[in-house]
Design a protein around this ligand. Structure first.
Ligand code: ZN
Length: 154
């Protein structure tokens, strides 16, 4: 159930704990709205990163990824990790699994960039979603494949 205090839209940073990187969660904003909001708080590098991903964001899909952060002279100054949720998060199992899926993409991207060890593969993100769905079903007293499942574009 959604918390009554749950915000309608979010543009907020998140951190990686022990890894000195920063990400941004954008929920229920269009790319244009997010760019305007980020410019308003003078987060120009982040606004530029979102503007760079506008074509992807405008497809209306959930995304977890990484894009280069550039200064105003277009010098790369880091990496912007993002989770983009184009609709209001409703705390359903399906939305929670989708969140985990996109978070896994971010984990893979930061692992690749921070450790140069793990490649980014769609496979591992879907596997994470699949395992998460089965665990949720089991914890609700159902068989692992009864109840919520997660497949591409469903
Ligand atoms: Zn994916």
């Amino acid at each position: 159930m959604a918390n009554r205090k749950a915000p309608v839209g979010i543009i907020h940073s998140f951190n990686f704990g022990i890894i000195p990187r920063e990400g941004i969660l954008i929920m229920n904003y269009s790319a244009d709205e997010a760019v305007a909001a980020l410019n308003k708080i003078k987060a120009y590098d982040w606004a530029g990163a979102v503007a760079f991903k506008k074509k992807d964001f405008d497809k209306g899909q959930w995304l977890g990824g990484a894009v280069e952060l550039m200064d105003k002279n277009r010098n790369v100054k880091g990496t912007a990790y993002y989770i983009y949720i184009p609709e209001k998060f409703n705390f359903s199992d399906f939305h929670q699994i989708k969140l985990a899926h996109e978070a896994e993409h971010v984990v893979n991207f930061v692992s690749k960039e921070a450790f140069d060890r793990v490649k980014e593969y769609e496979f591992s993100a879907y596997l994470l979603s699949h395992i998460t769905a089965q665990c949720l079903n089991l914890m609700r007293g159902m068989g692992p494949n009864k109840g919520v499942s997660y497949c591409l574009d469903k």
